[in-house]
Design a protein around this ligand. Structure first.
Ligand code: FUC
Length: 351
């Protein structure tokens, strides 16, 4: 196993480094110290052909100009916060309204667009990176200094694990995830409509026009949101269910796991023979099918188009701070925010 590094660009007077972790079966994961961005995940298809299965750019400048959070860690709080404000202990906090009038993915300069301190990890059966970032009190409007550590570990069994840890010196809110867009066809050959998704989820959060949860929790049964038996993503893209239409014909929804504790999500694409098993300790996954990916740019040579990738954002419920019945995302001093999501790739569907 090995770690290679190369200069990928520069930002804020600092070098942007791309690290490539490679395991003994030839799988590799490349990522940046900027936003902990995963630029590439290279895994074999059914014939052993190694290809990239996430959307990314070849040039650093494209990340600055066009990136819809490709591969990045998003935070302090993933998703939208209504009115870009919230109250904690009688104190009103005003956040950056970067999707006016709301706050999205941590603000104007969220965790996705800052340089993180980096440390390499080399163990017998693992290679990885530990990223550290101190978000200062008041950054993007949030209270408290927040120390965040994100760890990427690649094993020889083609599993990438991401662990998030955070501590604060003042009561604050935290909800972290990774915003990779997966495309198991390899090199963006086909859009993700023929990907099959399967997970145990009986309910999802209804969204309003502003794509924020309305507070209503909807049963998934008999709708395109029922993935219990496995379902092609195109069923939501082609559906006339008002929730699919609302988000631009597809999914941009928090799917709530039926059971508490550890849960799994299986994503597969028959033609390539690739599958991805995601295991998480988080209570929901925001399924985003890249409904608005179209743009005046290319993604590693492929013209940007809708549905070119699918995000599986394992996280706490979006806008939980405004919904007392949602699991809390408040972090107190002395507490540790800790969460893990694992991504295991296979070239034999169902394994
Ligand atoms: C996802 C979505 C949003 C947005 C963003 C780029 O997390 O929830 O709607 O388009 O990514």
């Amino acid at each position: 196993m090995k770690i290679l590094e190369r200069v990928f660009g520069s930002y804020d007077g600092k070098k942007v480094i791309e690290y490539t972790l490679t395991n003994e079966s030839g799988m590799s994961v490349s990522c940046l110290n900027y936003g902990c961005v995963i630029t590439k995940i290279i895994v074999p298809d059914r014939n052993g052909i190694l290809e990239n299965v996430v959307l990314g750019f070849d040039k650093f400048e494209d990340y600055l100009e066009f990136s819809p959070y490709f591969g990045a860690v998003v935070g302090r709080v993933a998703g939208r916060i209504k009115g870009a404000s919230f109250e904690l202990d009688g104190e009103q906090y005003r956040l950056a309204a970067n999707e006016s009038p709301n706050h999205l993915h941590g603000g104007n300069q969220g965790f996705n667009s800052v340089i993180w301190e980096t440390e390499m990890i080399e163990r017998k059966d693992l290679v990885g990176l530990r990223f550290f970032y101190r978000s200062h009190d008041g950054e993007e409007g949030y209270p408290g200094n927040l120390d965040t550590t994100v760890t990427y570990l690649l094993s020889n069994t083609n599993e990438l694990s991401i662990t998030y840890e955070a501590m604060t010196d003042q009561k604050t809110v935290v909800n972290l995830t990774n915003h990779s867009y997966f495309n198991l066809s390899g090199e963006g050959k086909r859009v993700c409509s023929e990907h099959i998704l399967q997970l145990k989820s009986d309910r999802f959060l209804e969204l309003g026009q502003d794509l924020l949860p309305t507070g209503r929790i909807i049963p998934a049964e008999y709708t395109p949101f029922d993935f219990n038996q496995g379902r092609l993503l195109q069923s939501g893209m082609k559906s006339d269910h008002p929730q699919n239409v609302l988000v631009g014909n597809g999914y941009d929804h928090p799917l709530l796991f039926t059971q508490e504790g550890e849960n799994s999500i299986m994503l597969s694409e028959k033609e390539s023979g690739r599958s991805l098993l995601v295991t998480t300790d988080q209570p929901c996954v925001v399924l985003y099918t890249g409904n608005k990916l179209e743009g005046p740019f290319s993604i590693s040579g492929v013209p940007a188009k809708n549905y070119l990738g699918v995000c599986l954002e394992t996280q706490g419920f979006p806008d939980a701070i405004h919904h007392p019945d949602f699991p809390t995302v408040i972090l107190n001093p002395e507490e540790v925010y800790y969460s893990t999501t694992k991504y295991r790739f296979s070239n034999k569907i169902g394994v």
